[in-house]
Design a protein around this ligand. Sequence first.
Ligand code: ATP
Ligand code: MG
Length: 357
Amino acid sequence: MKTYSVAVIPGDGIGPEVIRESLKVLKTVEEIHGGIRFTYDTFDWNCAYYLKHGRMMPENGLEILKDYDVILFGAVGDPSVPDHISVWELILPIRREFQQYVNLRPIKLLRGLESHLRYKNHEDLDFIVVRENTEGEYSSMGGRMHSNTPHEMAVQNNVITRFGSERILHYAYQLAEQRSKQRLTVATKSNAINHTMTFWDEIVKEVGADYPHIDTELYHIDALAAYFILKPETFDVVVGGNLFGDILTDLGAAMVGGLGLAPSGNINPEKNYPSMFEAIHGSAPDIAGKGIANPIAQIWSVSLMMDHLGHPDLGKLILDGIEEVVAEGEVRTPDLGGNAGTESMGNAIVSKIKELA
Ligand code: ATP
Ligand code: MG
């Protein structure tokens, strides 16, 4: 029997609603496999916790989390707490401390759904974005100067290290090796950002030399964004720094049906610390409490979690269950044009997974 310890952080708003459905899926996985068990501890670290304690998690929060196999994260955010607090005090410290340097985001159009790019069908929209998750533009290095003068300014440094770039590129190349097109597309902007991005390009060239059988394409971010819309069928694995990766993955999510369908993994490939799996959407206060949030993004994140734990067969089974329910089209949440609730959607996926197993 293989036992995995899961730290569950449901968070705010629709976070707990979609987490509930993803836990049903994990229970189903246990029933189907027989040789896998999950143990859970749930942590109420959210905006209500912040309003009570003045912080998003206890002082020893990271210490508490560090020995879990994985973290399942819902969403945090509430109108009563500024966004930068909920993000900077909970999500970013977890990503940094646990060296979750890969942010993995599949961009895949499920069967039965139409893209906003209406002339594209589902075979044309199936790639994966690898976003660097620990450095780049989201470093806190920088500051403000000359306040109360006409020359007031702010500077934020874009930190590109050899170590950080090499490890994300190796990960991306190795992922490309496992996929069909044997191609890696790299986001850059070295024609305008002449220190960091030229360094990045050099490292791409060096690391790429270890993978001569993989076709490397380097595009400036502006052109690459356009190609997402114009020729998404040419992509297989796309790698970018923190900011470019962030923007590209939201664009990608919009291309395949919106936030209700967009999963993510914050991955520590070495597995010396827990990885964290979360839907990329926020707490969606506008629909919280109504029972209509789409749980697919969170359930799909559980599928990525199974891949990470070394059970790609179970990851695929979960994704097949999701896709089959969407393709049948009978049970759909309002964001997908239906009138089913979160719970019916979760139940339909659970039944389908059992049927396909
Ligand atoms: P936060 O401040 O936590 O990021 P937000 O108000 O920015 O919350 P998001 O969760 O980022 O809201 O989502 C933006 C919009 O997308 C929401 O207002 C909601 O209508 C929609 N949305 C997000 N997630 C889902 C979901 N799982 N199912 C259905 N609709 C969703
Ligand atoms: Mg938001």
